[in-house]
Design a protein around this ligand. Sequence first.
Ligand code: SF4
Length: 377
Amino acid sequence: MAGLYVHIPFCRQKCPYCDFYSEIGRDTDLAIYVDAVCRDLQHSCAWFRSQPFSSVFFGGGTPSLLEPVQVERILSQVQQCYGVTADVEISMEVNPGTVDYHGLLGYRQAGVNRLSIGVQSFDDDQLRWLQRIHDSRQAISMVDEARRAGFERLNLDLMFALPGQSEATVAQSCHRVAQLGVEHVSIYGLSVEPGTPLAAAEASGRWCPSDEEDYQRQYLTLSEQLACHGFDHYEISNFCRSGEACRHNLGYWQRRPYLGIGAGAHSFLGHGDGERWHCPNDLAAYVTAVRDGRSPRQQIEVFSRDQAISEAAYLALRCRRGVDDREFLSRYGERFSSRFSQAISACGDALHHCGTRYFFEPKDWLLYDFYIEKFLM
Ligand code: SF4
């Protein structure tokens, strides 16, 4: 089954650590953009033939700058051109401080059935340092408002390796998450991305990132503490209650096809061994191309068989379930254990083997990039 990603590259203000493509959005820009998204959905229908969609994800940027009526319009275009499965998962990223209870209710009524709330931290000093527009009280009340609006599936985004954070404070955050009773948590370590104000602050000596050991200790504390609170650490950065994994993101790690709509969005086509396409990070170019009836997409990669096999292996190893040797054989005509015998031995004890499955444990994910190089061809 295929997924649909709709990128909303607008934010209220830029956070100094973020290198995602987004612009400061005005209402008129958003209205023009929604028109372009709806047209692109129409035009792409013949090109992207894997349908109906079993998942839709509004990501950004800040999708909660959209009015409910705009979300409804996009979703009815999706329904009309592609269709969705009866049990479709429709997720939307929402940032506290950008939408109130009535807005959330509107999203629910438009068909959104899962929210990902950009909490980032429960500590107001950290939120101020991150220059987020919300405080912890607003983040917590958004969970309550989302429940009242009828959302049964909630994710919280949390950051770690922030100034002032320690193993003790991340453990407190896990406790807070458990009290809030959400179904899913995504964690992100603060990283310094080139070209951001944070990178400039580091270069000028005004700020210094937490050291590698602190980063690792906080990551493992999050993994252990969330497990104690009943969450399954099912992917490097994601935790869920039983049956609450994000279907849309699982599609990426399982190399299922997806259509990306919007400036900066990627698509993955399933023909042959796979093709990746990209809409450039340029709002004006995207809107103009769509308005002129031209495709806003460029092909950026056509996978060979070897590349597809490598990618399938390293994406699957991001997940706790890992690679199933029999499934790999039926999908790629070769056993994972034979194709990657050298890489498997090079990983040593870090790569676990149980029955037909090969997988990493959370502590081994800290060295994921190091191990995964052995699976690249
Ligand atoms: S709100 Fe999110 S996407 Fe926008 S600048 Fe901040 S971190 Fe980046």
